[in-house]
Design a protein. Structure first.
Length: 113
């Protein structure tokens, strides 16, 4: 009696593992299969990749107020009045300006996925 039970469990496990291996192979082939890009895609025109311009903000020290946020007025040449003066128009009193820096990024197109 113990022999048929062992043979059943071993045959049952081998049958299920056989189906698992075939499904695992198909999943592996689906994941690693190279898909071709759509030639009618308006974004990548069939190449699978496209370029997009993106930007980020960077802060720079303000030049006219030299980072103080205030523009000093001089009565005579070489004479300053300390911290008095009007608010800088370029940085609006913050002492630093935010500028946009543009750069190009190459991305994969969605038609290839």
């Amino acid at each position: 009696m113990p022999d048929p039970g062992k043979s059943r469990s071993s045959s049952g496990s081998s049958g299920s593992s056989g189906s698992r291996s075939s499904s695992a192979r198909s999943e592996f082939s689906l994941k690693h299969r190279q898909k071709t890009a759509d030639p009618t895609c308006e974004l990548c025109h069939g190449t699978g990749k496209y370029q997009k311009q993106e930007f980020r903000f960077e802060q720079q020290r303000c030049g006219p107020c030299q980072g103080t946020g205030r523009v000093r007025h001089t009565g005579r040449v070489g004479e300053t009045r300390g911290t008095q003066g009007s608010v800088c128009g370029y940085c609006r009193g913050h002492g630093a300006r935010q500028i946009r820096v543009f750069f190009t990024v190459t991305k994969d197109c969605a038609c290839k996925k």
